[in-house]
Write a protein that binds this ligand. Sequence first.
Ligand code: XMP
Length: 425
Amino acid sequence: MKQDMIVIIDLGSEENSRLAREIRALGVYSEIYPHDITLAELKANQNIKGVILNGGPNNVVDGEEINVKEEIYSLGVPFVAYDFPKALCEKGDESNLKSWLFNVCKAEANWNMANFVADQVELLRKQIGDKKVLLALSGGVDSSVVAALLIKAVGKNVTCVHVNHGLLRKGEPEQVINVFGKELDADLVYVDAVDRFLNKLEGVTDPEQKRKIIGAEFIRVFEEEARKLEGIDFLGQGTIYPDIVESGTKTGKAVKAHHNVGGLPDDLKFELVEPLKYLFKDEVRACGKELGLPDNMVYRQPFPGPGLGVRCLGAITRDRLEAVRESDAILREEFDNAGLRGKVWQYFTLIPDVKSVGVRDNARSFEWPVIIRAVNTIDAMTASIEPLPYDLLAKITARILSEVKGVNRVLYDITPKPTGTIEWE
Ligand code: XMP
């Protein structure tokens, strides 16, 4: 790491992540550490230019007020007392923060994605050498960016495994094959596990059971692929900073041990490679852009792990799943045409396991409804409805009714969260 760094020590603040992002937005890299960090641990990083002791309401743990170890004050860089920067952030007055960073700490504004990528490539080459890395590549933002970084660093020494469980959106497996297999010329193993997943899911109606089956089957398929490959030492993972930083700490431990998505059996022990673990989500996207990944991969909306499986309500059937996939593709295309991509947090279609009577070609029809959902949220804990223009709804409806087989109605869900969750299952 060649970039200057500001250390934020968590003394019970709820604003650690926000402060780190503000400092990074000013071009200076920053990381968050727990209060009991030692001088030796800090000294291991040569680039620390200043330390912020960030206090707040969660500064009492087990009845005792937490504090830093006295020894760290001899680090030889400027320290700033707690609550000072938080108060600045609250006032929105960053020019003081700026002056501390650049005049007092003499930090250089050299935090940018080109430098990050160059650093990571060097680090990954050092860490991996000529050994081999395995990566589960879902096509989501995080795994795609990890894949692109690893490919840039160690080329064919990374093997990407893309499991198509049949519950991906239209065009997604093809895009993974095109971008990684063809354009980036990666060592890509494409696993068509569609039948396997759909057979396992046949007749299963309970949403949590569906999730469990999809998750467990995914591990099984990935494990089988891992066993076929020889001499793998590392497992790449798309862990990002919010996964390891607790916002609003109650324990005073800002950085907590995180659980990897693992689940692999004990005899398949790999060392983890997590090149994104210090990035926030927007930085992961910027890194993907820097690596030349396409916009619709880098800026794609959140998509649940169980995919369309929780949008084809009740027991999944192939015809209804296809109708969900097609209607979702139409919805996304029309959102793109209306300039709404990136402006609405999450939008998709779903199909309940119920049919209604209609007319088609002068005859009675008995077909499914498609439900449109479009929501905005900050943290997915609560969500509000995106008020879609009527013309857009009418256009999407007309296209779905004429292009999607087995559908005779389109409904628009205007339920906020609470009381509805974002997904229906
Ligand atoms: P809910 O439906 O709980 O969704 O309001 C909140 C956010 O989480 C996503 N979601 C999931 N993501 N696995 C995931 O990786 C899941 O099982 C899952 N269920 C919901 C949902 O799409 C929304 O963004």
